[in-house]
Design a protein around this ligand. Structure first.
Ligand SMILES: [Zn+2]
Length: 138
């Protein structure tokens, strides 16, 4: 299943990010999916819920925004948003088969919201331990 493998790679990214930001619970994941990625948002939400079982993201809500396909006409260089895959170039009328697709296949993680343990209950392992503080980029 297409969405299942996407959900799996999405979970890996979410887990990486939540480790980096010290999240103990992920509440919300915002992502953009290109119209050409052929992802059914409901199916992805379902699959993500399945693969995220037992992780900090098990309760996370996915907010999926579908972004349009952007094509560039190789003939006249016009860039335009394709509303569907049968759109011709608005400028010269070239058929879609010849188009360079600039975007539309990708999945972009926009943001993750969640809880850190700092305003929650203290983890015992942190007491008295020297925890390196990272701020900003690494
Ligand atoms: Zn054109």
């Amino acid at each position: 299943m297409h969405e299942m493998s996407i959900a799996q790679s999405l979970l890996e990214i979410v887990m990486d990010e939540s480790r980096r930001h010290g999240l103990t619970r992920v509440d919300r994941v915002r992502l953009q999916i290109g119209a050409l990625a052929a992802v059914v948002p409901d199916a992805l939400t379902f699959c993500f819920g399945a693969v995220a079982q037992g992780t900090v993201a098990s309760e996370a809500v996915l907010e999926i925004e579908t972004v349009p396909v952007v094509a560039r006409c190789p003939l006249c260089g016009e860039r335009f948003e394709m509303e569907d895959l049968f759109d011709r170039c608005p400028d010269c009328g070239l058929v879609p088969a010849g188009m360079d697709l600039v975007s539309g296949r990708e999945m972009t993680l926009m943001s993750i919201e969640g809880e850190t343990d700092e305003d929650g209950e203290t983890d015992e392992r942190n007491q008295g331990a020297c925890r390196p503080q990272h701020s900003g980029s690494e």
